[in-house]
Write a protein that binds this ligand. Structure first.
Ligand SMILES: [Zn+2]
Ligand SMILES: [Zn+2]
Length: 399
């Protein structure tokens, strides 16, 4: 039988058709009826069974879990509320856009499904394909994990690919992370200071929450500059400060909202605690009270060391080591400050997340993901399908 890469390459034309169909009908969040119908029909034609989790979430199983391990391959399927401004002939016209390349992930996983289905009898175990809604809203993976996507059969290892465009890397190059965290955890917080309102001419009879919230804002900066080790990356950003209505009235309350990005779980917990302490401590200092609400959003994607090693082998054997770019040299600090909700999977099972370049500006792909003009070089779609399939095979063949 031909190699996985050859089998995938033979599907290229078919994959382009899938991608165009999905790209033309972008859907948002947790409701992707057209996309799901299309993908499930393709799987049905291949003879692959689907398990539904509700809310446009489903998985498909290829192989026999009683023969060995279960490897999960994940693709997200949702688009963004952006009006497409590309010149591709299959551009979306419904006001939404696959500007993050999730249409390509879905297509690549369909390709992997076909390639793996052809070899189903040889599989030493099973491959579970996770088709996920709601990545951009960071709710889909969490939902599917809660609905049991990692059980029945139990998943032993998980992998995902994200395509990238508009970065300096030429098309076809693959970014592999180091073991450990490779995307930031993203949380939000809101602080409300309760002072005592009054006449602006007699501040002594008031407790001014605007003065207090200013002190809190300045003090929060000390968490990063004075309390986190310099080698540790973290961000505390206040994006909203509000209070008061007119020039001569001291308001009762003032509030602020912000976001926290971290890579290390202990750092995350530390910052959450310190924001609360600084808010209430500063408020108490000035005779007020403050309440802090801290909402944990999405954790960090954490890459498993042996799967990272496995990925180097898989890609090196398929394409040659020269196509591998360590994330340490592709991104500042070797990590992305953005978030990826595959992290909810990586919290539960050993996992790895890689990126596949689909064009840089010299090749005519100048715009980054989430941009209305973002385009992707389609010529390497089959490579993504091949990586998905080969990685799963290599994992199953590992002793
Ligand atoms: Zn995105
Ligand atoms: Zn994305």
């Amino acid at each position: 039988m031909s190699s996985i890469l050859e089998s995938a390459k033979a599907l290229q034309e078919e994959l382009l058709q899938h991608r165009q169909k999905i790209h033309q009908n972008p859907e948002l969040g947790m409701a992707l009826p057209k996309t799901c119908e299309y993908v499930k029909n393709q799987l049905k034609e291949m003879g692959v069974d689907v398990t539904e989790y509700g809310n446009s979430a489903f998985s498909a199983l290829i192989g026999d879990p009683s023969k060995g391990k279960v490897v999960l391959l994940r693709a997200d399927m949702d688009a963004l509320p952006i009006k497409e401004e590309t010149d591709v002939p299959f551009a979306s016209t419904n006001g939404c856009m696959h500007a993050c390349g999730h249409d390509i992930h879905t297509t690549m996983l369909l390709g992997a499904a076909k390639v793996l289905k052809m070899r189903e009898n040889e599989l030493k175990g099973a491959v579970k394909l996770m088709f996920q809604p709601g990545e951009e809203t960071l709710e889909g993976a969490k939902y599917m994990v809660a609905q049991g996507v990692l059980e029945n059969p139990k998943v032993d290892a998980a992998m995902m690919i994200h395509v990238v465009t508009g970065i300096p890397l030429p098309s076809g190059y693959i970014i592999i992370p180091n073991a450990g965290a490779s995307s930031a955890a993203s949380d939000t917080f809101e602080i409300v200071v309760n002072g005592k309102g009054g006449h602006g001419a007699m501040p002594e009879s008031s407790v001014d929450p605007l003065n207090i919230i200013s002190h809190i804002h300045l003090s929060l900066q000390a968490i990063i500059s004075r309390e986190i080790p310099a080698a540790e990356s973290a961000v505390v950003t206040v994006g909203v400060m509000q209070g008061g209505t007119t020039f001569n009235v001291i308001p009762d309350t003032a509030s602020m909202k912000g976001t926290v990005r971290t890579f290390d779980e202990d750092t995350r917990i530390f910052i959450e605690r310190r924001i609360g302490e600084i808010a209430s401590g500063t408020a108490a200092l000035f005779r007020a009270t403050a309440s802090t609400e801290y909402v944990k959003g999405c954790p960090s994607v954490v890459n498993d060391e042996s799967l990272v090693h496995q990925m180097y082998q898989t890609i090196g054997n398929q394409f040659g080591k020269e196509f591998i770019v360590p994330m340490a040299s592709a991104m500042p600090g070797g990590k992305m400050m953005g978030s990826e909700d595959f992290s909810f999977v990586t919290q539960k099972v050993p996992s790895v997340m890689i990126a596949l370049s689909m064009g840089n500006s010299e090749e005519g792909y100048a715009y980054p993901m989430h941009h209305p003009k973002a385009k992707f070089d389609q010529k390497d779609i089959y490579k993504g399908a091949a990586i998905y399939a080969q990685f799963a095979l290599d994992c199953l063949n590992q002793k």
